[in-house]
Write a protein that binds this ligand. Structure first.
Ligand code: PMP
Length: 380
């Protein structure tokens, strides 16, 4: 099977697997236990915290280990609803992951506003600046990179705007981390990430939140993680996550040293050019704007519905997606494509191809051939 669904989840990286196995054998204690076995596990967590903080550019104490980005994002919005004044609004981009949108609907039922995006899927910072001047939100949330389209958001500009106006800024960086350098993300007040998107184990993630000042816990119980999240920490999961991230960050550093267009970017754009030439009526979502190097979101020719494409591609050995893994299988059209101005019929033609670090140019070419084959079969 050729796997083009890395935005849903990536396979465990060998370095992460090794770190997980070693940690499971070496750090058997509970990090909160008073004996040396416990202290050793606690020291391993402290070391992992240092390493992740160095990647993000923040204080190690700002990091809270969680079960993944869904928990981190819920924790952030839970914190804001508990700490902001009762009339404060949460402004969130209209292309957030469902775990931010639904958490905002839950915690701020009548007090959340959706920040619009352009047809290319990008938050308009100039417009946001004007809106913030009229009415100051309690928090602004804009994700770093969209999971369905790969479109990058101007999170640095939004952060600068929020800083100027004293508004807390929350950035879901789940799809950015491990694909683009994490450095600088630590400047945001709240940042979330999930290990399995970059070669770490599933069920492990983190929330960067200010160590200074109170962070309202969502889970109650023990006093782990300075009272910010109760529950025994997942030591092997955390160590494996950090091992995977360090591999990806090193790969990003060496990619920067390459001359000319980066190999990964080139493979993706060659694929897109071939697809547009092969399949009349196909279109790339977010074309012409900065996107993650691994993601292609494309409107397929009107031959058939997206589910038929997925099934047919699956039968000939390709794993692709209709959008976000969380949204696929649901009947409603993607809220991300709707926010970008696509009609439900157009959104119903979209497929997402997301590669990984190990995906080869030959695999991208094979996907081109498979799409042509399926298209011919569907339109017959
Ligand atoms: N945010 C984004 C942008 C995502 O892509 C995902 C996963 N699809 C999540 C949050 C949730 O991550 P997890 O399922 O690991 O909790």
């Amino acid at each position: 099977m050729i796997y083009f669904d890395h935005n849903a989840t990536s396979p465990l990286h060998p370095a992460a697997k090794q770190a997980w196995l070693e940690a499971s054998e070496k750090f058997i204690g509970n990090p909160s236990s008073p004996h040396r076995v416990g202290s050793r596990a606690d020291a391993a967590l402290a070391d992992a915290r240092q390493k992740l903080a160095a990647c993000l550019g923040c204080d190690p104490l700002d990091i809270v280990w969680t079960s993944g980005a869904t928990e981190s994002n819920n924790m952030a919005l839970h914190h804001f609803v508990r700490t902001l004044p009762p009339d404060a609004e949460a402004w969130i981009s209209s292309v957030e992951h469902p775990c931010v949108l639904e958490a905002a609907r839950h915690y701020f039922p009548r007090r959340h506003r959706l920040i619009p995006v352009t047809h290319r899927g990008v938050v308009d910072v100039a417009r946001l600046r004007v809106e913030c001047g009229k009415r100051r939100p309690g928090v602004v949330a804009v994700l770093a990179a969209n999971n369905e389209t790969g479109v990058l958001q101007p999170w640095r500009e939004v952060l600068a705007l929020c800083r100027m106006q004293g508004i807390p800024f929350f950035c879901d960086a789940t799809q950015w981390i491990g694909k683009l350098p994490a450095n600088g993300l630590g400047e945001c007040d709240f940042v979330s990430g999930s290990a399995h998107k970059f070669g770490g184990p599933k069920g492990t993630g983190f929330l960067k939140c200010p160590a200074k000042g109170r962070v309202e816990p969502m889970l109650h119980g023990g006093q782990q993680q300075e009272g910010r999240r109760a529950g025994t920490e997942n030591v092997p999961g955390v160590l494996a996550m950090v091992a995977a991230l360090e591999v990806r960050e090193a790969e990003l550093r060496s990619a920067k040293l390459e001359n000319g267009p980066w190999r990964m970017e080139r493979a993706r754009s060659d694929f897109e050019a071939r697809m547009l030439a092969d399949l009349a009526g196909s279109e790339i979502v977010g074309r012409g704007t900065a996107r993650l190097w691994n993601t292609v979101s494309a409107l397929m020719p009107e031959a058939d519905c997206q589910q038929r494409w997925v099934v047919k591609l699956d039968k000939i050995g390709f794993a692709v997606s209709t959008g976000s893994a969380c949204a696929s299988g649901r009947e409603e059209p993607s809220h991300v494509l709707a926010a970008m101005g696509y009609s439900p019929a157009e959104a119903g033609r979209v497929l997402r191809f997301s590669s990984g670090w190990e995906t080869t140019e030959a695999e991208w070419r094979a996907l081109n051939e498979a799409l042509l084959k399926v298209c011919r079969g569907l339109s017959r």
